[in-house]
Design a protein around this ligand. Sequence first.
Ligand code: PMP
Length: 361
Amino acid sequence: MTQVYNFSSGPAMLPAEVLKLAQQELCDWHGLGTSVMEISHRGKEFIQVAEEAEKDFRDLLNIPSNYKVLFCHGGGRGQFAGIPLNLLGDKTTADYVDAGYWAASAVKEAKKYCTPNVIDAKVTIDGLRAVKPMREWQLSDNAAYLHYCPNETIDGIAIHETPDFGDAIVTADFSSSILSHPLDVSRYGAIYAGAQKNIGPAGLTLVIVRDDLLGKAQTACPSIIDYTVLSENDSMFNTPPTFAWYLAGLVFKWLKKQGGVAAMDKINQQKAELLYSIIDHSDFYRNDVAPANRSRMNIPFQLADSALDKLFLEESFAAGLHALKGHRVVGGMRASIYNAMPLEGVKALTDFMQDFERRRG
Ligand code: PMP
């Protein structure tokens, strides 16, 4: 069988080593005679899985002890509601930076609960899409918090700066970049991420929240996304997505073995530089994001002649390079190269791209 590299934006590729281990222990987990999917979340066996996963996640991101880690349902979109419902308190507005599709989607949901102050940070520099630097973000005086999305999965735009807004409570949607680089958690009030890109399978969402922000959920906040309820119940107020939690735990152990997020950061930079350099050194391919705001996780690119898109996708798929079709709002191609994508996968893609250009250019 051809070696397959999966460039899907999410659910995305998982480390082969992790899948093999999960396969080995699927039917008989740790000699118990059943799978980990079939045991109670309240039994000592699963509690150990859960606690270990949390500990490893904390180690990986160096999460300070005054932050809670919550294992939730509901995905990134669930947290578009979770953030205002938990953090508005008695305020009626919050600052929302709009730099792409997902930030804008968060605004849409927030409008159900407050009147967001939308900071349009999208700019064009020399014809390239970019984001205003943080120092130009005009925060309002009465906002409960600031929300932004550091990695726009669809637009291929990233905000690489670390926030420094004094006492303002910063919240961020790290769905497509968590664990891909070191992160100063202490700069944030709350961070969230759907699991299906850099953490594990879909169905699990991680929230990191500073403990002094608990206790102010709206009365109407559903208990299953109330951070205080989740925290008081060790994320087991209701039945958590146990298999996803277990698998995330295996991914965390794999990450530690690779050298943690600092090591991933290095490889991720190498992978992204390789792909961008092939795009930039050709008239056949194009990426229209300003270098300072280029994502290292999601790299959209266009063919100069879009009539060749279909052929590119057919031939790349046949070569084992899957899921390269761009999102419908951007078009063209997109390569998502999360932690589980090895450098060889990106090398296989760039070799294919150069070969395709030679044959069709
Ligand atoms: N935020 C970002 C940055 C995303 O990439 C996605 C999904 N691709 C979402 C939010 C929505 O996540 P979910 O489908 O888990 O609700």
